[in-house]
Design a protein around this ligand. Structure first.
Ligand SMILES: [Fe+2]
Ligand SMILES: [Fe+2]
Length: 281
């Protein structure tokens, strides 16, 4: 079993310092095997914001898989966006835009869905998609294979399809045979589900997992949150994933475990495991 903490949309420059401190304490206590950060580390992509984000990441558990969001390129100043792109992200956070972490239970791969254009929306271009399919095809299917992007490939209905990665249907059809979980952010609302609801791929389905905004003031009607995933494979039960959401509880001044959802891999790919009495992995 592996535990993966999934945080997103920190938006340094537009964040709550108390939440940053509490998130840091909570994650250090949790000691996850991997920490995933699915983009929008900063708001205006200035050196000062990136320096604060860098300092924050250094206090959090390692190893980390980080991908950039649309705000990690200058978002409000188009001239800076075109001339600087991800320059400051690469300088302060990481110049590895396709990070990979593999052990004997999981394979986590990050991909950059935030490009110069579109400014807000996301895309995985044909070259990236080919590379991802090649990369994931190398991993044994007994591993839990996880793709991390900033923009989502899927969201619960009803949702605005413009929030999804461009040409998401084409990408999902290519990825579903070789990927188990899709982790993303961007929407500032947490959710999870099987891709089989939106994409009928004749028995191939992944689980999409959305993290809310962990510490920013840019809430979309939901408390700040992050996810803790416990994933694993056993001979008897096959592949399983339990996703717990932790929400900021203002009254108690801490992140509290909220909803928990379980998924398992069956004949029709990944689906929600409705048995509420499931054991923790
Ligand atoms: Fe965001
Ligand atoms: Fe975003």
């Amino acid at each position: 079993m592996r535990s993966i903490a999934h945080i997103s949309d920190l938006h340094f420059g537009y964040n709550d310092p108390l939440l940053a401190k509490k998130l840091c304490e909570t994650l250090r206590e949790m000691r996850p095997d991997v920490l995933v950060i699915s983009g929008d580390l900063v708001e205006h992509a200035t050196a000062e914001e990136f320096a604060r984000a860098r300092e924050f990441l250094e206090q959090l558990p390692q190893p980390q898989i980080v991908v950039p969001g649309n705000h990690d390129l200058p978002f409000y100043n188009l001239w800076r966006r075109w001339t600087e792109g991800l320059k400051l992200y690469c300088r302060f956070i990481t110049d590895n835009l396709e990070p990979v972490l593999v052990d004997d239970e999981i394979a986590v791969v990050g991909a950059t869905s935030s490009h110069l254009f579109p400014v807000k929306g996301g895309k995985i271009n044909a070259e990236q998609l080919d590379r991802l399919v090649r990369e994931f095809s190398k991993f044994p299917s007994s591993l839990i294979r996880i793709l991390v992007t900033h923009h989502p490939f899927d969201l619960p209905e009803p949702s605005n399809p413009r929030l999804l990665v461009g040409h998401s249907r084409r990408a999902v059809a290519r990825l579903a045979p070789v990927v188990d979980l899709l982790l993303a952010g961007h929407v500032h609302l947490s959710s999870s589900g099987s891709t089989s609801t939106r994409y009928d791929l004749g028995g191939e389905a992944m689980v999409f997992v959305q993290a809310g905004t962990a510490i920013s003031d840019r809430n979309k009607g939901e408390a700040n949150s992050f996810n803790l995933l416990e994933v694993g494979y056993t001979e008897a039960a096959g592949k399983q994933a339990v996703i717990s959401r932790y929400f900021w509880c203002k009254e108690k001044g801490r992140f509290e475990e909220g909803q928990r959802r379980a998924y398992c891999f069956g004949k029709s790919g990944w689906a929600a495991w409705d048995n509420a009495e499931h054991d923790r992995l």
